[in-house]
Design a protein around this ligand. Structure first.
Ligand SMILES: Cc1cc2nc3c(=O)[nH]c(=O)nc-3n(C[C@H](O)[C@H](O)[C@H](O)COP(=O)(O)O)c2cc1C
Length: 293
C-alpha cells in the first residue's frame, strides 16, 4: 500500500530523510531508516570542511534558518562511516563539489549508495551549491559526468532561487533520473538586543513550514514539464503535507526541519498515511500527480 518506485528503486514508503538533517553519522541514519523509504546523507565533498562558526542554526516560528556551510568530514572518512549503515532503507548519498571533476571523483567513493543526490542548490556557500546550480549548462555537464561514472540513479537537487524549469530540463536532458525540489531559500534574522545579525554568516537558508507553498508550486510546475520523477522537499511537516506534495506530482517526499521537532516523525507520518490510504481505498502510487488529472 505504501510502496513507491523511484527510478527503479523500490521504497517501502514515500518518506525520505532530507540531506543535512541528522545525516553525518550512520547511527542517526539507522534510527530514521527503520521507518523511512530512504535516507539522504549530509552533503559530502572531497575534502573535510569546517563550515561556518556558531550560531549556525536558529529556530524561527515557522521554520529554521541555517548557515552550517556544508561542514563535512570529507569523502574518505564519510565512506568509512557509511559502512555502518543498517540498510533498513535505501541510502542516497548527497554530493557537493565545484565542477564536474569533483562530482565524478566523489561518485566513485561510495559503493554502498543506492543512489546519488547532487547538491546544486545550497544557497549560502560560494564555491558550490546554488553558485553552480544556477547555470543550466554547467548543471548539464555535471549530470553527464556523474552519469558516465555510475549506473545508479542520480537526482539533481535544485533551488527555487534558480530558473528552476530551465535547470531541471537541462538535468533531465543530460540523463538525471530524478529531480529533488527544493533546497532552502535565502533568509536572515537580526538580534534586536545586540543589534547584529544572529548567524555568524549573516544570511542563511530558510526551511520548514514557511517554504511549503513555494515548494508545492515548483513540484506542480516540474510535474507538468518533465518526464522524470520528482521528489518533493520543503516544509513537509504533517501527513497531509505529504499527501498534498504527492497529489502535486511528487513520487516521494523528503522530511527535513520537521525532524528537529520530533525524531519519531517518520513513524507517525507512516502510520497516518496508512490510515488515510485505507480510508480512501488507495495505494500511495495512486496519489502521484492525481491533482493534475
Ligand atoms: C541544518 C540543515 C542542514 C542542511 N544541510 C543540507 C545539506 O548538507 N545538503 C542539502 O542538499 N541540503 C541541506 N539542507 C536542506 C534540506 O535538505 C532541505 O532541502 C530543506 O531544509 C527544505 O526542507 P525542509 O523544509 O523539510 O527542512 C539542510 C537544511 C538544514 C535545516
Amino acid at each position: 500500500m505504501l510502496e513507491v518506485e523511484v527510478c527503479g528503486m523500490k521504497l517501502k514508503n514515500p518518506l525520505m530523510l532530507a540531506s543535512g538533517i541528522l545525516g553525518s553519522y550512520a547511527s542517526s541514519l539507522n534510527l530514521i531508516a527503520e521507518n523511512a523509504g530512504a535516507v539522504v546523507t549530509k552533503s559530502i565533498g572531497l575534502e573535510p570542511r569546517e563550515g561556518y562558526r556558531n550560531p549556525a542554526v536558529i529556530n524561527l516560528s515557522h521554520g529554521i534558518l541555517n548557515a552550517v556551510g556544508l561542514a563535512s568530514p570529507g569523502a574518505k572518512n564519510f565512506s568509512e562511516e557509511l559502512k555502518k549503515f543498517s540498510k533498513a532503507s535505501k541510502l542516497v548519498v548527497s554530493l557537493f563539489g565545484s565542477d564536474s571533476e569533483d562530482f565524478s571523483k566523489l561518485v566513485g567513493c561510495f559503493d554502498m549508495a543506492d543512489a546519488f543526490e547532487l547538491n546544486l542548490s545550497c544557497p549560502h556557500i560560494e564555491d558550490a551549491g546554488l553558485t553552480i546550480g544556477n547555470d543550466p549548462e554547467l548543471v548539464g555537464e555535471i549530470v553527464k559526468a556523474v552519469k558516465s561514472k555510475t549506473s545508479k540513479p542520480v537526482f539533481a537537487k535544485i533551488s527555487a532561487l534558480s530558473n528552476y524549469l530551465e535547470v531541471a530540463k537541462a538535468a533531465e536532458e543530460s540523463g538525471a533520473d530524478g529531480i529533488v525540489a527544493i533546497n532552502t531559500l535565502k533568509g536572515m534574522a537580526i538580534d534586536i538586543a545586540l543589534k547584529k545579525p544572529i548567524l555568524s554568516n549573516i544570511s542563511g537558508g530558510i526551511s520548514g513550514e514557511a517554504i511549503k507553498p513555494i515548494a508545492m508550486r515548483i513540484v506542480w510546475d516540474l510535474f507538468e514539464e518533465l518526464n522524470i520523477p520528482i521528489i518533493a522537499c520543503g516544509g513537509a511537516t504533517t501527513w497531509k503535507d505529504v499527501v498534498e506534495f504527492m497529489l502535486a506530482g511528487a513520487r516521494a517526499v523528503q522530511i527535513g526541519s520537521a525532524v528537529f521537532y520530533s525524531q519519531r516523525i517518520f513513524y507517525s507520518l507512516k502510520e497516518s498515511l496508512i490510515a488515510y490510504l485505507r480510508r480512501e481505498k488507495l495505494d500511495a502510487e495512486d496519489l502521484i500527480g492525481a491533482a493534475h488529472r
